[in-house]
Structure formats: C-alpha cells, structure tokens
Design a protein around this ligand. Structure first.
Ligand code: ADP
Ligand code: ADP
Ligand code: ZN
Length: 214
C-alpha cells in the first residue's frame, strides 16, 4: 500500500502517518524528519535545508526529490510506504510519478487531512516535538506524561523554531500556493480521499481505516 498524506502544516499528517505505518506495517517517510535529522547531525544537506526551513519556505526540489526516490527504493519499501510531507509541489509529485512508472508502479491513495487555517495556528503553538526520536505531542490534545519530557525516549520536547506564529503564517501561505494544487492533481488521478482533520485524533484515524480497509 503506497500512501501520500496531504494537508496544511499542523493538520495532523505526521500523527496519522505514524499510526498508519504501525497498523499496516509499512515505513513512515517524513521529509521534515529527514531534514531535521540532517540538521542535528550537521550534514551539508542539513545546513542547506535549515536556511529555508527557518524562514518557513520550502527546501528546493533539487535537494528533496532524489532523497525520497532513494528512500522508496530501499528493501523495506517493497510492500509500500506512507509519505508524510512529500510531495509538496507539483514538480515533486511529477518526479514521484516518473520514478514509480519506471518500476511499473503507481501510488494507491492520497489522503487529504482537511483542517481550516483558523485551527492551524493554535495547533502549532501547542505542538511539542522530540528532536531526538521524532515523536510529536500537543500540550492540550496529546500531552506528554511528564511535562517537557518525551514519553518514548525521555529527551526534552521543544517548540520547533518554525512553529512560532510568524513562521506558521508564512508556511500556511506557502502551503496554499505550492502544495494545495496537489489536491486537484490527485483528484484527477482518482486516488484522492479526504478526511475531516478537525475531529479528535482517534476519529480521524478511524476515518482513514475506513478508506484503507482493516
Ligand atoms: P509539518 O509537519 O508542519 O507539515 P514538516 O516537518 O513536514 O512540517 O516540514 C518542515 C519543513 O521542512 C517545511 O516547512 C519545509 O521547509 C521542509 N520540508 C519538508 N518536506 C519538504 C518537501 N517535500 N519539500 C520542500 N521542503 C520540505
Ligand atoms: P503535521 O504533520 O500535519 O504538521 P502533526 O501530526 O505534527 O501535523 O500535528 C500537529 C499538532 O496537532 C501536534 O501537536 C499534534 O499532537 C496535534 N494534533 C494532531 N492531530 C490532531 C487532532 N485530530 N486534534 C487535535 N490535535 C491534533
Ligand atoms: Zn523522543
């Protein structure tokens, strides 16, 4: 099963993608997590990506596409994968389609987690991330057991620099300009499914399982 998660920043793509990965036993591939790991490890890619991410801009397609194409060709992806945060532009979607066509495959589902802009800023200011293991929490909707400490690994949880309200506004406009057109792109391919992302997390997941099957 090959799945794309679509939706605004903070819509809940990562939250749902992790649950999908666990239930259907497929890898969760988050380009944001890959970039943040590179930043943490001080790689060249990380240094380049950071300048864009800090501004709420997209990392250029040249730095993003090859990375994902390599990742989806690894052995653990042979039964499928869930892409979270990729594609984010039409050229990225076209690069993905071209790479899959070459190996005689196509994507199965593009799931749009639909959340209006009004809800997004609150979601993001309450998001806390563990930069050690990638776990994500929310101070109200999904709090850690011990305040400020990751449940999974015990490291500190932080407000991401790019989750501050000024940057969130910028990311939302980038989303509307560059990423939202993908909804039509996948509608035309007949693989678009939408879920109401304003529902509680478990209800959103139940709606996704209805789409993907038990
Ligand atoms: P969110 O979870 O809020 O949607 P991500 O963790 O997916 O955010 O992405 C954080 C940042 O990483 C983005 O704002 C962007 O700068 C960069 N990024 C992640 N994925 C991509 C991509 N596919 N193309 C370009 N930039 C990306
Ligand atoms: P994305 O990957 O789309 O940027 P996340 O999955 O990181 O979004 O979710 C953004 C924030 O909102 C996180 O703090 C997360 O815990 C919280 N969140 C996710 N889904 C829901 C939901 N259905 N209701 C309330 N809060 C949610
Ligand atoms: Zn952690």
């Amino acid at each position: 099963m090959k799945i794309i998660m679509l939706g605004a920043p903070g819509a809940g793509k990562g939250t749902q993608a992790k649950q999908i990965a666990a239930k259907y036993q497929i890898p969760h591939i988050s380009t944001g997590d890959i970039f943040r790991a590179n930043i943490k490890n001080g790689t060249e890619l990380g240094k380049k990506a950071k300048t864009y991410m800090d501004q709420g801009a997209l990392v250029p397609d040249e730095l993003t596409c090859d990375l994902v194409m390599d990742r989806i060709q690894q052995e653990d992806c042979k039964n499928g994968f869930v892409l979270d945060g990729f594609p984010r532009t039409i050229p990225q979607a076209e690069a993905l389609d071209a790479a899959l066509t070459k190996i005689g495959q196509t994507m199965d589902y593009a799931i749009d987690v639909d959340v209006p802009d009004e809800n997004i800023v609150n979601r993001m200011s309450g998001r806390r991330a563990c930069l050690n293991c990638g776990a994500t929490y929310h101070i109200v909707f999904n709090p850690t057991k011990v305040e400020g400490k990751c449940d999974a690994c015990g490291n500190d949880t932080v407000l991401r620099d790019d989750d501050k309200p000024e940057t969130v506004q910028k990311r939302l406009s980038v989303y509307h300009e560059q990423t939202q057109p993908l909804i039509d792109y996948y509608k035309k391919q007949n693989i678009l499914k939408s879920v109401d992302g304003t529902l509680p997390m478990d209800d959103v997941f139940a709606a996704i399982v209805d789409i993907l099957g038990e």
